[in-house]
Design a protein around this ligand. Structure first.
Ligand code: ADP
Length: 433
């Protein structure tokens, strides 16, 4: 007789059990989504303990994380407590409940903490809460234990079960991933803030240095020029050296001032009609003696018909000059440097190509960043501050043009920039008028 009834009960119990499991899985999916949507560590920890009390059905919960400085654990969050107070509570790995869980990597149920000598009462005192029973599970990330999640006092004073261990362990492993993500984001934000601060300091330094150095330098230049004209022989040669050094310094300071103007957005263009062949000829004439002294062959490849653009003559000369400076610096003796002008539709492209040391492919974008140099400051053989290309980029973009580099390491580099033939049209196009 009973055999006909029993299977029905069995099926119903099983069905209820399955429904429970599905509901639990759904809850875990929701929890997982909730956890991964918070990247702020403090609110995240609070959220985890709220979820833990909810899922396991306890009065409270807490999270202890490893303190990498002391090697112990600290309370990172607990129900109903102030974070600052908790931070001060350090829990040793040896001789404590959480420490045991952390060390062994195994869950632990203590149904009556008063009978366990490992129970630490400090937290109860600071949270004005009485702990009676604890279920603790390890929080693991990539095989490493990062802390312990504890659920405290099961509601209705019932004992913790295997099911509770399972639920809390699942939550702990999801929480560990979320905590590590939040920590990584926090560390990244901190690093970014430090970088922004360094950037600000560099900018401040540039503006102070360029301003403060200019006046004494013009005095040195003035007097050295005067004295050189008045003197003869070896004395004149020595003064020539002083002048050369001072002019080099002036070049560096000018670069800093230019950069400051570009960065502050106060650089202005003085537009005029420029015939590019004349400009290229002029800048090449400046660099030819230096190039030839280094055994380099510098030549121009330009169209016969004059190519006119509307541009700031001095600024485009500076762009070309910076590119030629690099070509001369980074090309070994016997190499070739070629400057070309190529008219295209609506714009004109100017290139400086060399047969020099070249630039690694993955550095090609970064060389336009200010202060960026492929070779580090400490090991480099070439002079310079890593500002030439960033200034060139700023000046070209001020003209609504574009600048880029192509290079094969060990074979040479080509730097190209474009200028619109009608500058006003380019501005309008860019502003979408
Ligand atoms: P600087 O020349 O003062 O270091 P730049 O901003 O002009 O600064 O250039 C940045 C870096 O780009 C250089 O330090 C160098 O590593 C690389 N570079 C620029 N031009 C060339 C070139 N023609 N050949 C090889 N490397 C170059």
């Amino acid at each position: 007789m009973t055999s006909a009834v029993e299977p029905t009960i069995d099926v119903q119990t099983r069905l209820r059990y399955l429904e429970d499991q599905v509901a639990r899985l759904e809850r875990m999916v929701r929890v997982s989504r909730m956890l991964s949507s918070t990247l702020d560590l403090e609110p995240l920890l609070q959220r985890i303990i709220n979820i833990a009390t909810d899922l396991v059905g306890t009065e409270a919960a807490s999270i202890l994380l490893e303190d990498e400085r002391t090697g112990g654990l600290y309370f990172a969050a607990a129900t109903g407590s102030e974070r600052e107070e908790l931070r001060r509570i350090q829990v040793p790995i040896e001789g404590s409940i959480a420490g045991t869980i952390f060390r062994t990597g195994q869950p632990l149920i203590i149904q009556d903490v008063h009978r366990d000598p490992r129970h630490y009462r400090g937290v109860d005192q600071s949270t004005h809460f009485e702990t009676r029973a604890i279920l603790g599970v390890p929080m693991r990330f990539k095989g490493r234990c990062i802390g312990v999640l504890e659920a405290v006092n099961k509601l209705g004073n019932t004992p913790f079960t295997q099911d509770d261990i399972h639920i809390l362990s699942t939550l702990a492993s999801q929480a560990a991933v979320a905590i590590e993500n939040a920590r990584l984001v926090g560390a990244l934000q901190e690093a970014n803030a430090r970088l922004a601060e360094l950037d600000r300091l560099k900018s401040d330094f540039i503006s102070i240095a360029s301003h403060e150095l200019r006046t004494p330098l013009s005095l040195i230049l003035g007097y050295a020029t005067f004295l050189k004209e008045q003197s003869t022989g070896a004395f004149q040669e020595q003064l020539e050296m002083v002048l050369k050094g001072a002019l080099q310094l002036q070049g560096l300071i000018e670069a800093m001032v230019n950069l400051r103007y570009l960065e502050a957005g106060i650089a202005r263009l003085e537009l005029s009609d420029v015939i590019l062949q004349e400009l290229v000829e002029e800048v090449c004439a400046e660099w030819r003696p230096m190039a030839e002294a280094q055994g380099l062959h510098l030549r121009q490849r330009v169209p016969k018909k004059p190519v006119r653009v509307r541009a700031d003559r001095a600024k485009i000369a500076l762009v070309l000059s910076n590119l030629l400076n690099n070509a001369v610096k980074f090309t070994p003796p016997g190499g070739r440097i070629e400057v070309t002008i190529r008219p295209q539709t609506g714009m004109v492209a100017l290139s400086v190509a060399d047969t020099g040391i070249g630039i690694p492919r993955d550095e090609l974008d970064r060389i336009f960043d200010r202060f960026y140099q492929v070779e580090s400051h400490l090991t480099r053989h070439h002079g310079g501050m890593g500002l030439g290309l960033s200034i060139a980029k700023g000046l070209v973009e001020l003209h609504q043009g574009r600048i880029w580099a192509e290079s094969v390491e060990g074979r040479g580099s080509r730097f190209t920039f474009t200028l619109p033939v009608s500058w006003e049209e380019a501005v309008q196009a860019r502003e979408g008028k």
